[in-house]
Design a protein around this ligand. Structure first.
Ligand code: UT7
Length: 334
């Protein structure tokens, strides 16, 4: 019998906070445009001497504490990121070394903003095959390092952050600090369509033929055709939620809270309209963080718990969309 649970959760957001007004000194933009087109008011940025692995480590340590599980008992460390410290070693290996889960299998998983939901699916499979395993899943991004601060169409959208979850097969007691109860992962599904991949890219870590002394090329930075991505995000997020609910014999009436990927408030509202879901059931925190990519969904779970919007018994729907394109949805029962 497989009953995968999230036994603990931890989040980390860098202290440095950049408001929309701060961005006005960098690009031709203003608070009114950013808020009305995206809902974002601020985002957080890693310190100069801080990396995605450091943020992931902070989140991982809190998740272990919440779970009441020691780092040395973790068997698998997965990090969902598309802004890793290095191509090699993986951010997962660096985090594993820092927290002390030596010997655990460790690897990165890149599904852009859908990374955490993909990670839930991978963790689900690992735990189904190895019921004694203890999986640490980290979503960590350092997106401000990959933004072109001269491009007003993208630099206003993203922020840094990390969140981590400890997953086990079976429940191991009540979480100590963040989660109100250990939710069962009732179902998860993920998909991708690579045909439109050029619409959202982060290059520069590729095998492009840079020569010594070449300046950083434009493709080092995130590049996005926003309008096309917007349309596809609304379609995919709505579709994957409907499919997951239908396959589980549920309707949106059965959902207590929907935590969508936090990219743009207008995308979230459009998905809510399509699903006919009232705004009171939709969680939003992008006003404070912007788009934190693979950290967005678990940061949402952490904040929703802190605000008392998730309680024991809550049924929570998660859904994400990102570059690739990738998409995914998951159902948690607290
Ligand atoms: O995680 C998944 C990945 N990302 C996403 O899901 C993001 C998806 N896309 C979006 O969120 C939106 O498409 C954006 C927020 C990126 C852009 O919003 P939009 O409503 O699609 O605006 P637009 O690109 O159509 O631009 C409208 C106007 C343009 O001016 P003109 O050509 O009409 O004169 C832009 O140049 O707004 C201008 N503009 C800005 N003005 C002030 C674009 N960026 C800015 C800015 N400040 N930062």
């Amino acid at each position: 019998m497989t009953a995968i649970h999230i036994q603990g959760l931890g989040t980390y957001v860098p202290t440095k906070r950049i408001t929309n007004v701060d961005l006005m000194s960098l690009v031709d933009t203003n608070d009114e445009w950013i808020v009305s087109r995206t809902g974002i008011k601020a985002r957080h940025m890693l310190a100069d001497d801080e990396n995605g692995s450091d943020a992931g480590t902070e989140a991982a340590l809190k998740a272990l504490e919440d779970a009441g599980i020691a780092a040395e008992d973790i068997t698998h460390v997965l990090t969902a990121t598309c802004t890793p410290d290095y191509l090699c070693p993986s951010t997962a290996c660096i985090i594993s070394g820092k927290i002390g889960s030596h010997g655990a299998m460790a690897f990165d998983l890149n599904a852009a903003c859908t990374g955490f939901v993909y990670g839930l699916d991978v963790a689900n499979s690992i735990l189904a095959g190895k019921p004694g395993a203890k999986v640490l899943l980290v979503g960590s991004e350092a997106f401000t390092r990959r933004l072109n601060w001269e491009d007003r169409t993208t630099c206003i959208l993203f922020g840094d952050g990390a969140a981590a979850a400890v997953l086990t097969n079976g429940e191991a007691g009540t979480p100590k600090r963040c989660l109100p109860s250990a939710p069962r992962l009732r179902d998860v599904r993920c998909g991708a369509d690579g045909r439109q991949y050029p619409l959202l890219t982060v290059g520069g870590g590729t095998n492009r033929n840079y020569k010594p002394g070449d300046p950083v090329q434009d493709d080092f930075y995130l590049q996005m055709q926003g309008r096309e991505v917007f349309k596809q995000a609304v379609r995919s997020l709505s579709a994957v939620c409907s499919e997951l609910l239908e396959d589980n014999g549920l309707t949106l009436e059965d959902i207590d809270l929907f935590i969508p990927h936090q990219a743009n408030l207008r995308i979230i509202e459009a998905v809510g309209d399509r699903l006919k879901l009232g705004s009171e059931k939709i969680f939003v925190n992008l006003d404070e963080y912007g788009n934190t990519s693979a950290a967005s969904i678990p940061l949402g779970i952490g904040d929703a718990c802190a605000q008392g919007r998730i309680r024991p018994g809550s049924r929570v729907l998660l859904s994400a969309f990102g570059g690739g394109f990738t998409w995914g949805a998951a159902l948690l029962e607290f």
